[in-house]
Design a protein around this ligand. Structure first.
Ligand code: GDP
Ligand code: ZN
Length: 462
């Protein structure tokens, strides 16, 4: 049990996703119910109602008797709650100011303002969820597309945890075998044990690798695919941007960890969230090479994960076009030959030759033609059909990725040590390290300050 002594009662505004009109003030802790009772007037005091009920009443200021809000109050008693503590949820309907007043009232009468992520932190500390699940909650809050949401949901439900546990179990079996060997050398099971290390070690290395291969896609789902649109003036870059934004659900989010006024535009293209790099910037840097110079524009383009190069069907290729091809050389890119409604003056053979492996799509953005093919090209470029399953458990968190990489190299070291006839207790060290590192993914054996740092990234109220 990870419980760290008695915890005070915390409160925060936690508004459910997609329901901006309703605000919830949530309290958690031993004093949650009595605190709520001080500011609540209903048919019966909340102390007397059954757990897991919703109660209609009013929130009032006990010092003046003034009514602040009409409210529905959920009473959820421990341990069957998100935090495993008593939880009160006050649903308010009256917009942000009144939600705020209700919160202030709760803070005045016994609760303390929750730190960011503190509810989820308590769920973790009280053993309700493991660390990878807690992190998934954070991802869920930030989920930018339905698919990203599914990935996060799967993780909340413990898929990644289960996979990690299975791998750890295999390592543990090997370690147990090694122990037997060391404790009873006369038993002479050394060859058997080495055989087992080879077998299980290979299985674990493969399992870890499988998780790692999902990582790239997971990262895209979570963070969006940074995308730049480049091309000479007047080829149709703004038109492309507009059609991507208009045909797809554009999601404007403020990005956690950056200043509040930085806004990025996301479009969900067939499950691939494109993060249109500083959309305003794209609009302003149309003649990207001329404006920024070759070196800086190269950096902007190289830093992007996807480049969309727009060409004009109605003009022959120019030296500037060829310059842009060089800029995106070796990069994930899609070539768009736009304005096919006009006369053909470009040489498509030449375009294909310059494009090499990069897909070439023809469009008439004016007539809304070719956009489907472009979207399909974006999807296959990144997910090659794998997106449809929806039940893969993508590793999408950079901390997990780093730990998995470590685990993999420990297992590989153990395997090669076993091959080269190293003493078996040396082999065991690497296996034990791999086991520990995998444990860190799910929050076994993590350092306290790491936990604090992780949870402080959460949105308030979760
Ligand atoms: P940008 O300078 O690259 O951003 O190009 P714009 O998107 O601003 O487009 C330049 C001009 O080309 C505008 O007048 C657009 O309406 C026009 N345009 C864009 N796409 C097409 C197309 O597919 N066919 C034709 N005929 N005109 C287009
Ligand atoms: Zn433009």
């Amino acid at each position: 049990e990870r419980r760290h002594g008695k915890m005070d009662t915390i409160a925060a505004i936690s508004t459910p996703m997609g329901e901006g009109a309703i605000g919830i003030v949530r309290l958690s802790g031993e004093q949650a119910v009595p605190t709520a009772d001080k500011i609540y007037a209903g048919k019966r005091p909340l102390m007397e109602v059954d757990s897991h009920t919703i109660n209609y009443g009013h929130i009032k200021d006990p010092s003046t008797g003034e009514t602040i809000e009409e409210a529905m109050v959920s009473v959820l008693r421990a341990p069957k709650t998100y935090t495993k503590e008593d939880i009160i949820e006050i649903n308010c309907h009256g917009g942000l100011t009144s939600v705020n007043r209700v919160l202030q009232m709760a803070l005045k009468h016994g609760a303390r303002l929750a730190e960011p992520g503190e509810f989820t932190k308590r769920a973790f500390l009280n053993g309700r969820i493991d660390l990878s699940q807690a992190e998934a909650v954070m991802d869920l809050i930030r989920a930018k597309t339905d698919r990203a949401m599914n990935v996060a949901m799967n993780q909340v439900e413990g898929r990644l945890s289960n996979q990690i546990q299975t791998l750890r179990q295999k390592l543990l079996e090997t370690v147990a075998h090694v122990e037997v060997n060391i404790d009873y050398p006369e038993y002479d099971a050394e060859e058997m044990t080495l055989e087992m290390i080879r077998e299980k070690g290979t299985e674990v290395a493969e399992g870890v690798q499988q998780l790692l291969t999902t990582a790239h896609q997971g990262k895209i789902l979570r963070e969006g695919l940074s995308t730049v649109i480049i091309g000479r003036p007047n080829v149709g870059k703004s038109s492309l941007l507009n059609s991507l934004v208009h045909e797809n659900k554009a999601i404007v989010t403020d990005v956690p960890g950056t200043t509040r006024d930085v806004v990025e535009e996301y479009v969900n293209v067939r499950g691939v969230p494109l993060r249109l790099l500083d959309t305003a910037g794209i609009r302003e840097t149309e003649d990207i090479v001329e404006r920024l110079g070759v070196e800086r524009s190269r950096k902007v383009v190289k830093d992007a994960e996807l480049a969309l190069l727009v060409l004009n069907y109605n003009e022959a290729l120019t030296p500037s076009d060829e310059e842009l091809f060089k800029l995106i050389d070796g990069q994930d890119a899609i070539i768009i030959v736009n304005k096919t409604d006009l006369d053909k003056k470009i040489s498509l053979d030449e375009v294909r030759q310059l494009a090499g492996d990069q897909p070439v799509i023809s469009t008439s953005l004016l007539q809304d033609e070719g956009v489907d093919q472009l979207e399909e090209a974006i999807r296959t470029l990144f997910f090659e059909g794998e997106m449809e399953g929806g039940d893969m458990s993508y590793v999408s968190n950079s901390r997990h990725i780093a730990l998995l990489e470590q685990a993999k190299s420990y297992v590989e070291e153990a395997l090669s040590a076993a091959e080269s006839g190293m003493p078996i207790d040396m082999v065991q060290i690497d296996i034990t390290r791999a086991w520990e590192v995998l444990g860190e993914v799910i929050g076994d054996s993590v350092h306290e300050s790491l936990i604090d740092q992780l949870f402080s990234q959460f949105c308030l109220g979760k």
